[in-house]
Design a protein around this ligand. Sequence first.
Ligand code: ATP
Ligand code: MG
Length: 190
Amino acid sequence: MRLLIMGPQGVGKGTQAERLCAHYSITHIATGDIFRANIKGGTQLGKQAQAYINKGQLVPDELTNKLVEDRLGQKDVEDGWILDGYPRNAGQVAALDEMLGRLGTPLDAVVALEADRDILLERMAKRAQIEGRSDDNPETIKARLAVYEKETKPLLDTYEKRGLLVRINGVGSIESITDDIIARLDARTK
Ligand SMILES: Nc1ncnc2c1ncn2[C@@H]1O[C@H](COP(=O)(O)OP(=O)(O)OP(=O)(O)O)[C@@H](O)[C@H]1O
Ligand SMILES: [Mg+2]
């Protein structure tokens, strides 16, 4: 199984991706998590990405595409994966198409989680207190949501036209949302 999980900041992509990975025995690839690990580890990539992330901007495509390409080429993802946080703009969609074409591993589906803006803001404020992410402050959150609306949301249409999009209500209990996603994905492959 090869999936994308998409949706605005705070909608629960990471939480649901972890649960789907456990269910389908596949690997979670979250570009934001990889960037944060690199920042923490003080790597060259971390140093290059940090300023963009702290401003709520996208890290430049050449860094992000390279990171994903390297990760998708590794042995441990051969049985499947969920990409979380990528692609986020049209250039990244094209880069991903190219990578997957070369690897001969097409997408099975694109899960789009949806929730209203006030719910997202509430969840991110709560997460800020628990996790202390450097980009979960009101100003940066606003910038990130604006980038999402402008650059990432239109990509849902792209995947809808390809017949890959599965829209899921991201409001409800964590368990019920996972069950909903799995039911919808399993119905597609029957
Ligand atoms: N595909 C990408 N292209 C460019 N930059 C990215 C990409 N993925 C992550 N980043 C950078 O990392 C930051 C954090 O990404 P991450 O996916 O963790 O958070 P988010 O989508 O803003 O919120 P959430 O964790 O709530 O889903 C982004 O704001 C961006 O700067
Ligand atoms: Mg996340």
